[in-house]
Write a protein that binds this ligand. Structure first.
Ligand code: FRU
Length: 480
């Protein structure tokens, strides 16, 4: 399909998309003065990857976004493209960059020159609360130590050692740097050469603390990689362990995936917010490098997943991360339909004018399978199948509408932590995407779908008669 045909039917209602042109990774996620800033890898000149700048949008509720001009611009004559990175609020003005009433917002990102591709870390700052950005005169602030892959810095204030810590990918590992002032950085340690999945390049790390409901705290390191994801192409693995201010140590050997879907990549969390309401909210690019450039959406190409709150959960003495839609989504639901029934099948109509939040519950016999099907009047279908005996969820998008030959993962597989008989599943359906949050989000899957017409029916099906409920809500957004 030529990529200059307008496709409003696939424009998500509550998921972030740029007004036009190419977008990939989220960058510079920072919360300041009541606003969530979302910067992103952006090509202002076309619908393909290239000319990388930081695009910019803000939101007060993570659902409705206001678009702003490009925030950090590439300079072909200078240090080059602006690749991924992060931003923090320098409340104590450790950088000395403050001018006026706002503390400086400081972004650390990778500069890379097209052609020679030397990746170096640079700094930009804003003195007006995050809207206008200046590049620092003495860039780069971390020079390349002789590596091809040396990028995607994520910075945070480490309160225990009262200094800034920066993590970035360096070859096939993560390097850690420390700084007193965000300007001068010292290498302190590395992690991961022999740990986790190395099926592809490591990219876009993030490091933060999470606390369980029982007040146990762990450090979590996210590492995206491509290829090598659980269903082909990209994926994000996480390590749970400890960071003592100097080194990170993982407490498990197995590979753990943040999301099993093929369309969740380069996810990182908002800085500056954790201290406000004790949440860690993540957003990720909702696409896959193996087909992103062929997605037929126009005039934009690329969307973000729904912002998610990350939770630390404990199962059989081990810690895992659960994903749940950010709590702002709960605050914006309008109930459309609630149905309960004891039978083998329960189905209901779906409105097609809004993004939907669909909560499903079912009681299962141990070996009973569960099917959830979304369909439209053209007979297009996406089917989720749960196999409790194998603790597996399979999603088949091969009959869900438009497909490109490079849509290499028509059948998507995920694993669950337990085979409980009381199942809860939350689905978020929004024009061209489906997000699955299984058993309170302990397994999640992000999946792009391109149905010819919107799905307008859902069915929950079990072989044995069982109690089932479906609650469908519209997610409110500004034009609804
Ligand atoms: C991840 C990534 C980053 C890089 C950016 C370039 O998707 O490859 O490693 O900074 O995209 O757009």
């Amino acid at each position: 399909m030529p990529n200059n045909i307008f496709t409003p039917q696939w424009r998500p209602k509550v998921h972030f998309t740029p007004e036009k042109n190419w977008m990939n990774d989220p960058n510079g996620l920072v919360y300041y003065n009541g606003q969530y800033h979302l910067f992103y890898q952006y090509n202002p000149h076309g619908n393909d990857w290239g000319n990388m700048n930081w695009g910019h949008a803000t939101s007060t509720d993570l659902i409705n976004w206001q678009h702003h001009p490009v925030a950090i611009e590439m300079d072909v004559q200078g240090l080059g493209y602006i690749y991924s990175g992060s931003a923090v609020v320098d409340f104590d003005n450790t950088s000395g960059l403050q001018q006026g009433e706002h503390p400086p917002l400081v972004a650390l990102f990778t500069h890379t020159q097209a052609g020679c591709e030397t990746q170096r870390q640079s700094l930009a700052y804003s003195t007006d609360g995050g809207f206008n950005w200046l590049q620092y005169d003495n860039n780069p602030v971390i020079d390349n130590p002789g590596l091809v892959d040396f990028r995607d810095p994520k910075v945070f204030w480490h309160k225990q050692s009262q200094r800034w810590i920066l993590v970035l990918t360096a070859g096939h590992q993560i390097d850690f740097y420390a700084s007193e002032n965000l300007l001068n950085w010292q290498f302190i340690s590395s992690f991961g050469e022999d740990e986790g999945c190395h099926g592809g390049e490591w990219e876009c790390p993030d490091l933060f603390e999470l606390t369980t409901g029982e007040d146990e705290t762990k450090w979590v390191l996210l590492v995206s990689l491509v290829p090598g994801g659980p269903n082909g192409g990209n994926g994000t693995q996480y390590f749970i362990g400890d960071f003592d201010g100097q080194t990170f140590t993982a407490e498990h050997q197995d590979v753990r995936w943040l999301d099993y879907g093929p369309d969740n990549y380069a996810g990182v969390t908002w800085d500056g917010k954790q201290s406000l309401d004790n949440r860690r909210t993540l957003i990720a690019w909702m696409s896959n490098w193996i087909y992103a450039a062929d997605m037929p959406t126009f005039p934009w190409r690329g969307a973000m997943c729904l912002p998610r709150d990350l939770l630390l959960v404990k199962r059989n003495h081990q810690y895992f991360i659960a994903n749940q839609p950010a709590k702002e989504i709960d605050d914006n639901l309008i109930v459309f339909e609630q149905k309960a029934q004891t039978n083998t099948k329960l189905s209901t109509e779906l409105p097609t004018d809004s993004a939907l939040d669909i909560k499903i519950s079912s009681q299962l016999e141990q070996t009973d399978k569960l099917y959830i099907r979304l369909t439209n009047d053209l007979g297009e279908l996406v089917e989720l199948k749960y196999l409790p005996a194998q603790q597996k969820i399979l999603v088949d998008r091969s009959k869900a509408g438009w497909q490109y030959k490079l849509w290499r993962t028509p059948r998507i597989e995920a694993f669950t932590h337990t085979c409980d008989s009381d199942i809860n599943c939350r689905l978020v359906l929004d024009s061209s995407s489906l997000e699955v949050f299984w058993q309170d989000g302990t397994t999640s899957m992000t999946i792009c779908l391109l149905p010819t017409e919107a799905f307008n029916k859902i069915e929950v099906d079990t072989a044995e008669v069982s109690g089932k409920t479906i609650n469908v809500s519209r997610i409110k957004h500004t034009d609804s």
